[in-house]
Design a protein around this ligand. Structure first.
Ligand code: CP
Length: 310
């Protein structure tokens, strides 16, 4: 297919063909990552700005590594040491950065819709690296890619996502990526954190962790996002961990070859036991590894590497 998309703002409007094209491009990027010299000149002369208004370890670092592997000039912006601290708005910040002629802005922001908003006012491409509780499209793609690598398929797999569904931008992207590929999706958590309307996506909703994990092929655990919770959604973390934390006894209900995923950061002992996080079933670090290839693919496609190569 011919890549026509200028921005990656969410997976809601991605076609199945586009998702497959990104995955195929990521596969070819993996080849670069296995070489002794992990660098190709595809994006030489292009500049990518990481515009992060929220904390990040995996997304920000992997975008930086991805860009460097492609020879792009990478610029890291952190709101904490910028003129945002002096009251500059998101729009003014973005317009000023756009004036310096980057090819791509990668933005993470606590407000849902921030990436869409920005894309209307800048001339460069925009990649959403997580906006509030809305979407985290690159995570949705890397999660899909990780399952494909672990299981060779997604169609028909029981994929269960457990935790703070209400505040999770990861879920909102993963429902699209896994859903497009025909997964049997399940969402689980306390009723206060699993909105009924999420069932409209085709996912099965349950408040019973045993039902959610039984015969699952993939169990993805989510962190409780206390930073986005204005009121109490459950009595205490201790009680939450007791009812919705994944431990070996609960996980034994899943298929024998089931894998455990987590977008990170993990709150060990709350949503996931130490034992499982570090077990042979865990593909959590594989997800991080997949993130570099997926982000290389997206930078390459958006910055025109694809057109230059053909
Ligand atoms: N998965 C994820 O978005 O992790 P970071 O917040 O560390 O980027």
């Amino acid at each position: 297919m011919e890549w026509r998309r200028k921005h990656v703002l969410g997976l809601a409007d991605f076609s199945t063909e586009e998702i497959e094209f990104v995955i195929d491009t990521a596969r070819s990027m993996e080849d670069v990552l296995t070489r002794d010299i992990k660098k190709v000149p595809a994006l030489r002369g292009k500049t990518v700005v990481n515009l992060f208004f929220e904390a990040s370890t995996r997304t920000r670092t992997s975008f930086e590594i991805a860009g460097k592997r492609l020879s792009a000039d990478m610029v890291n912006f952190s709101s904490a040491v910028s003129s945002v601290e002096k009251g500059e708005t998101l729009l003014d910040t973005a317009r000023n950065i756009d004036s310096m002629k980057p090819s791509i802005i990668v933005i993470r922001h606590p407000a849902s819709g921030a990436a869409h908003f920005l894309s209307r006012y800048v001339s460069c491409s925009v990649i959403n690296a997580g906006d509030g509780s809305n979407e985290h499209p690159t995570q949705g793609l890397l999660d899909l890619y990780s399952v494909l690598k672990a299981k060779d398929k997604v169609k028909g797999l029981k994929i269960t996502i457990i935790g703070d569904i209400l505040h999770s931008r990861v879920v909102r992207s993963s429902l699209h990526s896994f859903g497009r590929m025909g997964a049997d999706l399940w969402l689980c958590g306390p009723a206060s954190l699993v909105p009924r309307e999420m069932g409209r996506s085709g996912a099965t909703i349950t408040y019973d962790i045993r039902e959610a994990v039984r015969d699952a092929d993939v169990v993805m655990m989510l962190r409780i996002q206390l930073e986005r919770q204005k009121t109490a959604f459950f009595p205490s973390l201790r009680e939450y961990a007791r009812k919705y934390g994944l431990n070996s006894e609960i996980f034994s209900l899943a298929k024998k070859d089931a894998v455990i995923m987590h977008p990170g950061p993990i709150n060990r002992g709350v949503e996931l036991s130490d034992e499982l996080a570090d077990s042979a079933h865990s593909i959590i670090l594989n997800q991080v590894e997949s993130g570099v290839a997926i982000r290389m693919a997206l930078l390459y496609l958006l910055a025109g590497g694809h057109n230059a190569a053909h």
